[in-house]
Design a protein around this ligand. Structure first.
Ligand code: FAD
Ligand code: MLT
Ligand code: ZN
Length: 501
């Protein structure tokens, strides 16, 4: 085994240009054969009303609107003709009041990094983009509480709070583009969930605008508040279907003083599972990320980026990060764990990165997977949670099932949280390939009592499969809640809940 040494990991501030294969993106409505809901169509008078509200912060030129119509993974294309960019909660309220009175459907868009088609229009919905609402309103350095607008980019917030001795309670590879409001609306998980828990615990309050323009002030900054139902929880993970989040208060964990990253290879998935269990038992109190990748994933990243695999080819790789308050203590614990795992034959080869460049290179292998997939071809992206015992079996089954149509099939993910990302890459948008994956994968996941979406949400792509993870009674109650908050169904139609023609 190569020498294990320790290092300080600083936050990666990599910003990547989006590059992708040149395959045309099909129109969502046509490709998925969706019938348009009974909504009004945007007229010149509507555009005048929007202009009166937001001034010049509106886009109507097709070339300007185009990026808002196409999703990050280039699977979906909407047909909107107008993007409105409010600057205040009041403006959001006026826009929604008008849309509600006119029966105009809307889609809220943050950084448009969502992976299930929640953020792009299906037909001609009005796009309400939050990017101009990007002010930090306050940072309480005594209590560690941030209050900011929903359009703040996650990475900007991370850098800002880090200078004050805190970190954001979430981190994900889309941080350079995703917005905190979008993170809340999708209840984003990411690589630090195992350490800091989900946004349901870290968001203390929010301001939300309801479909009819009502402003709901839930912007508490208290950690504890048991006065009635905790309404903000309903908006976390609601994917823009219940209201538009405009401001949030968030609990900030203190910035760890010491961070270490280890990258190791394993010969079997059984050994990967044992590494997970052993690391939780031996270094659980400082563990901040526990990720795994198969060799197909690592191969694809090295094929499409300048990054190189620092270890020999092996079926599986595990990335472990620790974050604590005493580097010597953390380093010692990590080294003890690595030594034990190596002696027990769980690890084939490994390294602890020794400088920031190497740390970023190791994290890059994991964080630049989406970029590599987009360069390879058309991505069929899945996100499921499973008991660890069944975790990798489905990747092998899927690889076999689609091998005659797919370019590659890979598995990676937040193994510390039981969250697998299964991805198939093909050379085109193929309904035949899609039909081989779905609903087979969802049936299999439901059979093992997993979730068909532990992270990315249901959005447009998975809404009809909600019954695979929720009972009929639960979905009926969700539909009732939707009707209460949005009686005309103008907020993000065709998303999250199953839609009927
Ligand atoms: P968008 O994509 O713009 O919107 C997502 C959904 O939220 C849509 O339904 C939209 O209507 C709604 N929405 C957006 N803003 C608001 C608002 N202010 N009020 C109400 N509704 C709103 N996700 C994870 O969970 N974990 C990961 O590790 C992860 N890694 C990723 C890595 C890459 C490279 C990429 C491209 C994506 C990744 N994602 C991950 C998915 C995505 O980044 C998250 O879902 C993110 O939280 C979306 O934020 P956004 O601002 O881009 O929202
Ligand atoms: C990740 O963990 O990298 C994201 O959830 C994106 C993906 O599923 O590829
Ligand atoms: Zn993920």
């Amino acid at each position: 085994m190569k020498a294990f040494k320790s290092c300080i990991r600083l936050v990666s501030v990599l910003k990547r240009c989006r590059q992708y294969s040149t395959v045309e993106v099909p129109l969502t409505a046509e490709y998925y054969n969706v019938k348009r809901g009974n909504y009004a169509t945007v007229t010149a008078d509507d555009v005048t009303v929007f202009r009166d509200i937001v001034g010049s912060n509106i886009l109507t030129e097709p070339d300007d609107v185009e990026p808002y119509n196409v999703d990050w993974m280039r699977n979906l294309r909407g047909q909107s003709s107008v993007v409105v960019k409010p600057k205040t909660t009041g403006q959001v309220s006026q826009i929604l009041k008008h849309c509600s009175e006119r029966n105009l459907a809307v889609v809220t868009q943050g950084g448009n990094t969502g992976l299930v088609g929640g953020s792009t229009p299906v037909f001609d919905e009005v796009v309400i983009a939050l990017s101009s609402m990007n002010r930090v309103l306050s940072v309480d350095e005594l209590s560690g509480i941030l209050v900011c607008e929903a359009g703040c980019i996650l990475e900007s917030l991370s850098s800002m709070v880090m200078d004050k001795g805190f970190v954001m309670p979430l981190d994900l590879a889309a941080k350079g583009s995703c917005q905190i409001g979008g993170n809340a609306a999708t209840n984003a998980g990411g690589i630090r969930l195992m350490r800091y828990g989900s946004l349901h615990g870290n968001i203390l309050g929010m301001n939300v605008v309801l479909a009819n323009g009502t402003i709901l002030d839930l912007l508490s900054t208290m950690r504890k508040d048991n006065t009635g139902y905790d309404l903000k929880q309903l908006f976390i993970g609601s994917e823009g279907t219940l209201g538009i989040i405009t401001e949030l208060s968030i609990l900030l964990p203190p910035k760890p003083k010491a961070e270490n990253v280890a990258f190791m290879s394993c010969e079997s998935f059984d050994k990967v599972q044992q590494i997970c269990a052993r690391s939780k038992a031996m270094i659980g109190e400082v563990l901040s990320a526990l990720e795994f990748m198969d060799w197909q994933s690592v191969d694809l990243v090295t094929k499409h980026t300048e990054l190189r695999n620092p270890l020999e080819r092996s079926p599986f790789y595990v990335l472990i990060e620790t974050a604590g308050s005493n580097n010597r203590h953390d380093e010692e614990k990590l080294n003890d764990f690595l030594e034990a795992a190596f002696n027990e034959g769980l690890i084939k080869d490994g390294l602890v990165a020794t400088d920031l460049t190497k740390v970023n290179a190791v994290w890059g292998l994991r964080e630049r997977l989406v970029e590599a997939q987009l360069k390879e071809g058309v991505v069929y992206k899945y996100d499921i949670s499973l008991p660890l015992a069944n975790f990798y079996e489905i990747v092998e089954m899927m690889r076999e099932r689609v091998k005659h149509l797919a370019l590659c099939t890979m598995g990676y993910g937040h193994i510390g949280d039981g969250n697998l990302h299964l991805n198939v890459v093909g050379d085109s948008h193929s309904l035949e390939l899609l039909g081989l994956i779905e609903p087979f994968l969802f049936d299999w996941t439901a059979k093992h009592r997993g979730s068909i979406s532990p992270e990315h949400g249901l959005g447009f792509k998975k809404s009809k499969y909600i019954y695979h993870s929720k009972s009929k009674e639960a979905v009926t109650l969700m539909e009732d809640i939707k009707k209460l908050f949005d009686p005309k169904g103008i907020l993000n139609p065709y998303k999250t809940l199953p839609y009927t023609d």
